[in-house]
Write a protein that binds this ligand. Sequence first.
Ligand code: FAD
Length: 389
Amino acid sequence: MNERILISGASVAGLTLAYWLARYGFRPTVVERAPGMRAGGNGVDVSGLAVDVVERMGIMPSVRAAATDVRGMKFVDADDRTRARIALQGASSVELMRGDLVALLYDSARDGVEYLFGDSVSRLEQDEDGVTVTFERAGARRFDLVVGADGLHSTTRRLAFGPEARHLHHGGHYFAFADADAGLGEDRWVTMFNQPGRMAGIYRSGRHTQAKAYFIFRSGPLAYDHRDTAQQKELVRRAFADGSPWRIGELLAGALADPEFYFDALAQVRMDSWSTGRVALVGDAAWCASPASGAGAELALVGAYRLAGELAAAGGDHRLAFSRYHAGHRGLVRAKQQIGFNVRLMVPRTTFGRRVRDTVARLPLFPALGAVERLLQTGNRRTLPDYQV
Ligand SMILES: Cc1cc2nc3c(=O)[nH]c(=O)nc-3n(C[C@H](O)[C@H](O)[C@H](O)COP(=O)(O)OP(=O)(O)OC[C@H]3O[C@@H](n4cnc5c(N)ncnc54)[C@H](O)[C@@H]3O)c2cc1C
């Protein structure tokens, strides 16, 4: 039945997959490179079909209780005067801090799941009957299937599908998240300050005393080590170094001191197939739509639910399950990838673009867009399969 399944990565996709696999009677093992759960990040959305997934896991009340209750975003000038506000229109989705979502998923995915923290896959050898996995620390072990849920720079993808450059598409921007002084920004609002091609912002959840800093800057591909945080901090410092209008100086100082500082390219992963033999991918490793899509958590939750459900429905037949998983989920992924590189609202390229953005933001246009989005999500809701096994 292909019972022993290794999942690489203990974040939204990996933990959701582990939960459903264990519930269907598989024996998942999760390996996570970090020494424990990674709590970093800003707000992420549980929206669309993901609401159903989380409801079926029984954790929707806890997700709602952890909601950040952010009212919307506002754009300010160098003197901190508000130029425009966009209020969020009571959407059906729930925004919560990524760390809170991961903690809830981890609490749910304990029974029947083995965890290996502080380790990573270093080699995969497939044959007819299974996969021999060599770990950096734990030595070699045998599994029936391996699933890479190890994010944008997935090791599993590199080992099983080839070099990262084959699948990663650069979106022309970099972004960083970090802790910020709790006194900055406005309670329950995302405050953004723009210069051409750059944005610095403050995220203030209604449920956390700690504020969060946002940085986005426009740039072609940069050469750096995606596991070297000191190097990444230096890239952000340099990108915002020419003068420190508004609160940029304070935000930078806080970010550079934050050990949970998170930096990456605004990039997408595009692949023809999410499986090869007994190895499959899920979440950002397979289809990252970019943080600007606002759909990373939704796609990870729904994709992991589908992958586990298809494996259960196919009685563990991985060929059948992997192809149904791909066929069932790729439409939603494509739709989210189409919006994933659009950062014009948050990062106008020119001063003129910023003025146009501020003017448009003052129009009652966004409530209408919110209504259209809710309508589209209602359409999506009908398509989440019910795996009765
Ligand atoms: C610390 C952090 C902060 C984030 N903050 C935000 C945010 O504020 N806003 C946003 O939109 N998105 C954020 N993201 C990305 C977001 O979590 C994903 O887009 C989305 O939730 C899909 O999640 P995922 O599980 O596919 O991948 P990810 O959330 O990226 O998780 C991948 C996991 O795999 C682990 N991993 C990586 N390599 C290996 C390896 N070789 N072996 C074992 N484990 C490995 C990582 O440590 C991580 O736990 C963040 C991700 C991380 C890891």
